[in-house]
Design a protein around this ligand. Structure first.
Ligand code: NAD
Ligand code: AHE
Ligand code: ZN
Length: 375
């Protein structure tokens, strides 16, 4: 069949809207009509050329929602008409990682996914004889796409596609980082670095977990009102304080008799390795946990004095907020439908596929929280 898609033809070039060929679903695969897709900073990261796994030409996009149109042989858990959210972190429930119960990082198809291919080692997308790569196993910047059955969460059919697509990455990553990865407790203190599409969801997760002090850090003063909207109690712009941000935050979080300071939990939502260090060092001596969410480019490394870890701070990372997609994503959709979490205000821009490059421009200008393309 033919489908319209935004194709990443080369690193650093705008996406090109064109008609591409899409082969039908093979064994264990599902054809999905994508109804809406968010634009995440990670799409920008890969398009920029900074992603060591970046392949071109590819169809990017990993934050979608849509409807099952057809299923391949052997598919049992989904049928035509089901509403689904694609999962860049699948959940096979059979691989050693899934069975370990220690991680959400299913390994069933990770190798081929990283090569831009379906699990059988081929691509369903092409233009004539030329192959186009899949992206993160999702390729939601195409109106129709094919995914493995294990990479689709079946969700409430009453939920609006143009909002729940955000659960396909940003919402789940931010809230999951708080609930699954950090396991923040009531009354905790927290610092969130970077108040974009992920950081605001971390803030929303911290409010849900009952954190007392929620400090947001961003270079953009417009983010103060955004953070407050979702539960932030203090805002810091590193450019507007005297001296280093770490002692500033340690001082701000001083509580109790010992007056040591440092937050119980800190979160990097910037992808900047210097910020990751600041986040670790602004966590509390003895028990502070710093969660790395941001994705950094090829060749970049994090560093700190080992003393920071010797004295009890813990550096942790999280992908997709530690969520097991087929199990957890339908629950998060229900939380949204029940009013337990907010999504609508964070979707600041709705675009057509033809205008998808504007979504990247808005992100670069710091003017959007989430842009969503509606097909
Ligand atoms: P975004 O562009 O919407 O937001 C980034 C925010 O960080 C902006 O508000 C920006 O002003 C702020 N910022 C930039 N540099 C800063 C600095 N030095 N100090 C303080 N604030 C700074 O991006 P997003 O969609 O929220 O994504 C954030 C990061 O999370 C990206 O690196 C993205 O690739 C990554 N991400 C990771 C996962 C995961 O599973 N680990 C999932 C989604 C996104
Ligand atoms: N390809 C990059 C890694 C990018 C990365 O870490 N991706 C996150 C999701 S970001 C979503 O917006 C992730 O899921 N990581 C786990 C995994 O298996 O990729 C690189 O550096 O190579
Ligand atoms: Zn993402």
């Amino acid at each position: 069949m033919k489908t319209r898609a935004a194709v990443a033809v080369a690193a650093g070039k705008p996406l090109e809207i064109m008609e591409v060929d899409l082969d039908g679903p093979r064994e264990g695969e599902v054809l999905v009509e994508v109804k809406a897709t968010g634009i995440c900073h990670t799409d920008e990261f890969t398009l920029s050329g900074a992603d060591p796994e970046g392949l071109f030409p590819a169809i990017l996009g990993h934050e979608g929602a849509g409807v099952v149109v057809d299923v391949g042989k052997g598919v049992t858990s989904l049928k035509k008409g089901d509403h689904v959210i694609p999962l860049y972190t699948p959940e096979c429930r059979q691989c050693p990682s899934c069975l370990s119960r220690k991680t959400n990082l299913c390994t069933a198809i990770r190798a081929t996914q990283g090569q831009g291919l379906m699990p059988d080692g081929s691509s369903r997308f092409s233009i004539g004889k030329d192959k186009i790569f899949h992206y993160m196993g999702c390729s939601t910047f195409s109106n129709f796409t094919v995914l493995p059955e294990i990479a689709l969460a079946k969700v409430n059919p009453a939920a609006p596609f143009d909002k729940i697509c955000y659960i396909g990455c940003g919402v789940t990553t931010g809230i999951g980082a708080v609930i699954n990865t950090a396991q923040v407790e009531e009354g905790a203190t927290a610092v969130v670095f970077g108040l974009g599409g992920i950081g605001l969801n971390v803030i929303q997760g911290l409010r849900l977990a009952g954190a007392d002090m929620i400090i947001g850090v961003d270079l953009n003063n417009d983010k103060k009102a955004w953070g407050e909207r979702f539960g932030m109690t203090h805002f810091v712009n590193p450019k507007e304080i005297d001296g280093d941000i770490v002692p500033y935050l340690v001082n701000l979080t001083k509580r109790g008799a010992d007056q040591i300071g440092g937050a119980d939990y800190t979160f990097d939502c910037t992808g900047n390795t210097k910020v990751m260090r600041q986040a670790l060092e602004a966590s509390h001596r003895g028990w502070g946990q710093s969660i790395v969410i941001g994705v950094a480019g090829a060749g970049q490394e994090i560093s700190t004095r080992p003393f920071q870890l010797v004295t009890g701070r813990v550096w942790k990372g999280t992908a997709f907020g530690g969520a097991r997609g087929r199990t957890d994503v339908p629950k998060i959709v229900d939380w949204y439908m029940d009013g337990k979490i907010e999504i609508d205000p964070m979707i600041t821009h709705t675009l057509t596929l033809d205008d998808i490059n504007k979504g990247f421009d808005l992100m670069h200008a710091g003017e959007s929280i989430r842009s969503v393309v509606v097909y």
